[in-house]
Design a protein around this ligand. Structure first.
Ligand code: ADP
Length: 405
């Protein structure tokens, strides 16, 4: 995908989330065309003019883009190269030191912000200003849920339905971030949260175990395999035990999985007889089911009705979302709802992005985004261009245009 030419635009607020598996980045770029209703002001759209908003005077329109990109953390040099090539680091904040000699500060979160701090300093001359990863996940989720139209959706029976979030009725909710590992966070407000649970069986497990079992070379290949597989070949179902019948007394249909991978020991096949597609499918099902169930239990623990799922494990993948949704719905008897996020994998990076504002660095852009991006559907001035979930490729970015009305 063409990322545009960020180096020719006004780039600001580069932020990073360097996770165990993936490095995510986001940055804002203001387009040159910035208008106040007539096009005469295009070239004179200064930072100050963006703040003017009074009476009948028409406000300038801040037109820009939020760019997102991701890289495998094991190939962090690709990320450094991308930043260097597009000069993204030059739009960061300058801080301290004599004029011309200031430190260039970039907000960063995730464990890799600690691990790779020296690398970024050495190769790009930038200082990573570390933000706590849970703070960032929560800030990113709140930002998306409050400011972005059509961010959250349900996925039921193969149908995606956007859910209108009322910002006054957002809290409390359970945020389940499925990255390499899984964090479950009860969110009560801006900056008010508690990490109530988690599991080590997450996206890293799916990718790691999947690679060992199927020998596939990339995460996308593993997902693709799972797409074509049939878990019933490998999973032991209630029907396999009950001679094709349901276990009606406890509401278990014959197709309910009694034991993930259980059939691989119960019939007379050789190991080579099992194909990679079915293995990938069973694995995805097992991990998604497990996360769905633990999430539900934590929602139940705190009486939460809404569970938002983020993290790059999901990848807008139909089967993953379906399994999680069915699990949450089944266990809660329809009381709790699984919701997915369009920018699922970028919560931490967005949280780091919004933290520029928190620390008083930088200009007004972050505040503009948060305060002036319309919060209800009818006034939405927020458009998203680029691929929707499920169509990601590595290093591809979604571009967002933000029109401040
Ligand atoms: P982290 O911050 O721990 O890296 P992410 O939210 O970025 O967490 O999710 C990482 C998980 O996303 C991986 O463990 C894997 O399951 C999944 N994933 C999605 N796309 C890819 C990819 N292209 N390469 C590797 N893992 C991917």
């Amino acid at each position: 995908m063409d990322h545009g030419s960020p180096s020719q635009e006004h780039v600001s607020h580069l932020a990073l989330d360097i996770g165990g598996s993936l490095t995510k980045l986001d940055y804002f770029s203001r387009n040159n065309e910035c208008s106040n209703g007539d096009n005469n002001e295009e070239k004179s759209c200064s930072k100050e003019s963006l703040l003017v908003s009074n009476g009948d005077k028409k406000c300038p329109v801040l037109q820009g883009r939020l760019h997102f990109a991701k890289f495998e953390t094991s190939k962090i040099n690709d990320c450094l190269e991308f930043i260097q090539r597009n000069q993204l680091h030059l739009g960061g904040c300058q801080h301290g030191g004599a004029p011309g000699n200031e430190k260039r500060i970039i907000k960063a979160t995730g464990g890799g912000a600690y691990k790779n701090a020296d690398l970024f300093k050495e190769k790009l001359g930038i200082f990573l200003d570390k933000e706590d990863e849970m703070d960032c996940l929560v800030a990113g989720a709140n930002f998306l849920l409050k400011a972005v139209h059509e961010e959250a959706y349900t996925y039921i029976d193969g149908r995606k339905e956007f859910v209108q979030i009322d910002r006054d009725d957002l809290y409390p909710y359970l945020l389940v971030n499925i990255g390499s590992g899984v964090s479950m966070i009860k969110v009560d407000g801006d900056g008010k949260y508690e990490r109530v649970s988690g599991t080590n069986v997450g996206g890293g497990t799916f990718w790691g175990l999947g690679r060992l079992l199927t020998k596939c070379e990339s995460f996308d290949e593993l997902l693709e395999l799972s797409h074509r597989g049939n878990n019933r070949v490998i999973d032991m179902l209630v029907g396999d035990i009950y001679g094709g019948m349901d276990y009606t007394k406890f509401g278990l249909s014959s197709t309910t999985i009694a034991s993930s991978f259980g059939k691989a020991i119960s019939d007379n096949k050789e190991i080579e007889d099992y194909n990679a597609e079915d293995v990938a499918r069973s694995l995805l099902r097992m991990i998604s089911n497990n996360i769905g169930q633990i999430s539900y239990l934590n929602a139940l623990r705190f009486g939460l009705k809404r569970i938002f799922f983020g993290g790059f494990f999901i990848r807008g993948h139909a089967y993953t979302m379906d399994t999680i949704s069915v699990g949450v719905n089944f266990w809660s008897k329809g009381e709790a709802k699984a919701l997915f996020l369009r920018h699922e994998g970028f919560l931490g990076a967005l949280g780091a992005f919004t933290s520029y504002e928190k620390h008083g660095f930088g200009d007004s852009i972050v505040r503009q985004l948060v305060q002036q991006s319309p919060l209800s559907a009818s006034h939405a001035g927020y458009k998203i261009h680029g691929p929707l979930n499920g169509e990601w490729n590595d290093n591809e970015s979604i571009e967002c245009s933000v029109y401040v009305n």
